[in-house]
Design a protein around this ligand. Structure first.
Ligand SMILES: [Zn+2]
Ligand SMILES: [Zn+2]
Length: 88
C-alpha cells in the first residue's frame, strides 16, 4: 500500500504523517469545491443546510437562529440546574 493518499487514511485507517496530510488536503479541497459550487442543500429550513451548505436563504437563516436560541436556552437551564445543586 502506498502512503500519502486520502484512501489509505480512510480505507486502511493509516494515521502516519503523510496520510494525515493527504487526508486534510483532500478535505480542504472538497470543502473549497463545495463553497465554489455555492449553496445547494437538499432541504431548506434546517440548521445543517446553513452550516454544511452555506445556504443563507430566509428559511435556513431562520432555522439556524432558532437552533442557536434553543441551544442558548438549554445552556442557561443547565447552568441554573448546576447552580441549584451546588447551593443546596
Ligand atoms: Zn500512511
Ligand atoms: Zn436554504
Amino acid at each position: 500500500m502506498r502512503h500519502g493518499s486520502p484512501w489509505t487514511y480512510r480505507n486502511h485507517g493509516c494515521r502516519c504523517e503523510s496520510c494525515k496530510t493527504a487526508w486534510s488536503d483532500y478535505n480542504r479541497a472538497r470543502r473549497a469545491r463545495r463553497i465554489a459550487e455555492g449553496p445547494n442543500p437538499q432541504r431548506h429550513g434546517m440548521p445543517s443546510s446553513y452550516i454544511n451548505h452555506g445556504c443563507r436563504c430566509d428559511e435556513c437563516t431562520a432555522a439556524i437562529q432558532n437552533y442557536r436560541r434553543q441551544y442558548r436556552t438549554r445552556r442557561k437551564q443547565e447552568a441554573n440546574r448546576a447552580r441549584r445543586k451546588v447551593s443546596s
